[in-house]
Design a protein around this ligand. Sequence first.
Ligand SMILES: [Ca+2]
Length: 270
Amino acid sequence: MRRLGILLIVLAVLSGCFAVCGASAPTAVPETVVLPQPAEGWQDSYLAFMENNYDIFSALWPDGLGGVGFIDLDLDGTPEMVAFDQGASAALGAQIFDLINGQVYCVSSTLDSAAGAFDSTYLSPVHVCTSFFESFRLSRTAAGWCFWVDSSNSTEQTAWDEIVRFDSVGGVLTPVSVCYRYLEFDQDSGLVVAENYTAGGSPADAAGYQGAANVYQEALDAGYEAKGMFCWNDMDRYSAGHDGLMTMVKDALTAYSSIMDTVTLASPAA
Ligand SMILES: [Ca+2]
């Protein structure tokens, strides 16, 4: 039976090359993705981390977190935890936590003070602003399968966005800046008065930025919709305090759906 209708998230040998899709491209990208088994007891590890570090969360986000969800961003089989703040600007700030050798670490945060509050051993300088768990896209690029996100934010006079790809480096979720665009507008005319671009971390022009972005924006999307819980969906249940936060985390764990259970592709790329 032909299996073109289904993206099987299968096993084995490919994990090394697809997990780090920024590495040199394999000769052929498989139509299926191989996922190892999740770390045993990963749900309890995240719950214990939240319980043990509630005072830090409370201090960093006194109004409470905006939402919590779980996504296996680096395709190593074990989900990362994505926690959104309440969004003081156009987009929400994402904080990403990874389970590394049995310990939970903050690996990305929009908040500078997170570096002093959490163990910063694996904290990346690359962070993410977006407003939906579904904004994290699983795609098949020419270099391999990966999650990526179009991270963006804006003010009345400025706008920026950054394509961020999620690699696994030594078992650690590693956000990588693919390309970055900053625009500044004249408040009266709305015309762009300043612009700045990078691609692969190096200065670029608009075409260089767009060329790097196209690799992801035009890649085959697997159709995976990540799930999470937002506090404003149920303010009574998810209050800013300890009980509300822990309930939100538990509900997000229940809502988590493995890529293996959910992804289908109508027409895998040639
Ligand atoms: Ca993972």
